[in-house]
Design a protein. Structure first.
Length: 613
């Protein structure tokens, strides 16, 4: 098998063992099916792992988002709105001191807009005091319009140690938004406790912290969204709505999304809740049918319900993947992986197909090369044998008369000319194939080129007893051509007609004007060309079935060389033939124009970078 690091050795092995090589390629083709099945299975497993990873990432992001936001709210609640009750005459001053040192409680002062203290009356809302940050004191004010609806809903909360209230205490108000805390004070002396051992206290009013909604929606929430959802490879959109009225949007990370985009969110979680017993805890994300979606809404994910007694959030966090849903993103990734995998498999299949085609072409080329070597050897042996035989007779003194010497000299000259023509043909083709062929294009008359080619072939025509008839129409337009190369192409066509169509004892060559150019027709009355050979008649080294069967002279380069020379002149070479009706080759060369010169330059420049017109 030789060394595989040498391309020529490998191709030699391929040519010498075609069946084994075809078996190798066939086995490679068959292996693509199980490989495709394995890739499909692996991509399915990767998609399942990706789904679990994305779900876990979403759960962690939602939990961190809620904990950060609710943690800020709870710090504010614990710092401002909770504490032991004090005497009524000192309560306002105590609260003022607490509000004045807000920053020391690790609470962003921008989170709050105003602080209020309500007191008086049975429900504790008869009088409202507002904390003045500049003076550090509570001053009486009228109930603002933003708190009017809240005032109507404030009811006495359940008394510590007393009977439960009909209205449960909710420490947050999501519409305003605000934080609420009841105010208690010790009961009057002499009143017995409701529960033994628990001091009796009385309801005195409310502490209200009105939050800064502009700061929350424009700074706080966008920062949390960027931190937990919009960084890295996550691509989620967030929407926060009122828990009781979901149509009211508090915050939207992408307002350009349609209003129904969150009908089936990927995850939901309660937000804006006070957790008096510590930070919020989250369970597992469970699938659910979103309550905001209509018919056909997809499934989403939400956290387990809070433990018994945990107060719900006033807001609701909705999370939606920008691809439509988390499942859609997983499916999109899976389809992309399948597409890439299919493309790789198709590329492998195409590569194997190209390798198969290349192998067949290499085998065919090797066969043609062997036929070419055999044909050249045969063609060269005949003139060399004649030359050597004549030279031996002359050297041995067997030829004495002047007439015989002349005859032997004529034979040697003719065979030598024939031998030189073969060598020139091979060298021309090698030059064209290697891109080193150069053409001296110049304005030329077609009649002169035709006469030159006919004159060069007349000796062979007379020797073969074949009649050559030529005609050139007058007033033909000039063409841009290399006269020597174009005449050589015509000689090849005439020689081909003499070799394969000379049995008809007639060959015609005529030139006429046609379609803004000049047509040169070479035809014969021989047996014609087999239809199966027509598609490959201009291939290098190709010899038709009849030529191979009759062992006609030549090695399959004449027509290939003629076609390449004609194409270098921006022309075309076509053939028309039918069995028993001869063959007709038509060379068309465009007339001399500026466009013709440019087309020739472009063609030859593309074929041969060293070309000079």
């Amino acid at each position: 098998m030789g060394k595989w690091n040498k391309g020529n050795t490998m191709w030699k092995w391929v040519v010498e063992h075609p069946r084994l090589w075809m078996a190798v390629i066939g086995a490679a083709f068959l292996s693509l099916a199980p490989l495709a099945w394995l890739q499909y299975r692996w991509i399915g497993q990767i998609s399942q792992a990706d789904r679990e990873r994305r779900t876990a990432h979403l759960a962690a992001a939602v939990a961190r988002f809620v904990q950060d936001f609710d943690g800020e709210v709870n710090r504010l609640y614990r710092a401002l709105l909770t504490g032991p009750p004090g005497p009524p005459e000192m309560e306002a001053a105590m609260l003022a001191r607490r509000f004045a040192v807000l920053e020391e409680a690790d609470v962003d002062p921008r989170l709050t807009r105003d602080f209020y203290l309500s007191r008086g009356g049975e429900s504790g809302v008869a009088e409202l005091l507002r904390f003045d940050r500049n003076d550090g004191r509570f001053t009486p004010v009228s109930w603002p319009a933003s708190l009017e609806r809240l005032r109507d809903r404030l009811m006495p909360p359940p008394r510590p140690g007393g009977p439960p209230s009909a209205a449960p205490f909710v420490p947050v108000e999501g519409t305003i938004p605000a934080l609420l805390a009841p105010r208690w004070r010790p009961a009057r002396p002499g009143e017995p406790p409701v529960v033994p051992g628990v001091p009796r206290v009385e309801y005195a009013g409310w502490l209200i912290a009105e939050l800064n909604l502009d700061f929350i929606t424009k700074e706080m929430l966008p920062e949390l969204a960027r931190r937990h959802f919009l960084a890295g490879e996550t691509e989620f959109a967030l929407r926060i709505v009122n828990g009781r009225r979901p149509e009211r949007i508090i915050y939207d990370s992408d307002p350009a999304l349609p209003g129904d985009s969150f009908a089936s969110p990927d995850a939901t979680a309660p937000l804006f809740a006070v957790h008096l017993d510590g930070p919020p805890r989250f369970g597992r994300l469970r699938p659910f049918l979103p309550r905001f979606g209509g018919q056909g809404a997809g499934r989403g994910w939400r956290f387990d319900e809070p433990p018994q007694g945990r107060l719900p959030g006033a807001w609701l966090l909705l999370v939606k993947h920008r691809a439509g849903s988390l499942e859609a993103a997983v499916v999109q990734t899976r389809r992309r992986n399948l597409t890439i995998s299919l493309a790789v498999l198709l590329l492998m299949a195409v590569s194997l197909a190209l390798l198969l085609v290349t192998t067949r072409r290499a085998q065919r080329l090797a066969r043609l090369q062997m036929e070419f070597v055999a044909g050249v050897s045969h063609e060269l042996r005949t003139p060399l044998s004649v030359i050597c035989s004549a030279a031996d007779n002359l050297a041995d003194g067997l030829v004495t008369g002047e007439q015989q010497v002349r005859r032997y000299g004529s034979v040697i000259r003719g065979e030598g000319w024939r031998l030189s023509q073969m060598v020139e043909q091979i060298l021309r083709f090698a030059g064209i194939q290697s891109g080193r062929a150069k053409y001296d294009l110049q304005p030329a008359g077609v009649g002169e080129i035709v006469l030159k080619a006919v004159a060069a072939c007349e000796p062979e025509m007379r020797a073969a007893g074949c009649q050559l008839e030529s005609s050139v129409d007058p007033d033909l337009p000039p063409v841009l051509a290399d006269p020597t190369s174009l005449a050589h192409a015509l000689r090849n066509l005439i020689d081909n007609a003499l070799t394969h169509g000379g049995q008809g004892q007639w060959i015609g060559v005529r030139a006429c004007g046609r379609s803004n150019g000049v047509a040169i027709v070479v035809e014969d009355r021989g047996p014609g060309i087999d239809p199966a050979d027509l598609p490959r008649i201009f291939d290098p080294f190709y010899r038709g079935r009849r030529a191979a069967r009759e062992q006609a002279r030549g090695f399959g380069l004449g027509l290939a060389l003629a076609k390449r020379i004609v194409e270098a002149h921006a022309g075309t070479l076509t053939v028309e033939s039918a069995p028993g009706q001869g063959a007709k080759f038509v060379v068309w060369i465009p007339a001399l124009t500026d466009e013709t010169a440019q087309a020739c330059d472009e063609f030859n420049g593309a074929k041969n970078p060293a070309y000079r017109g």
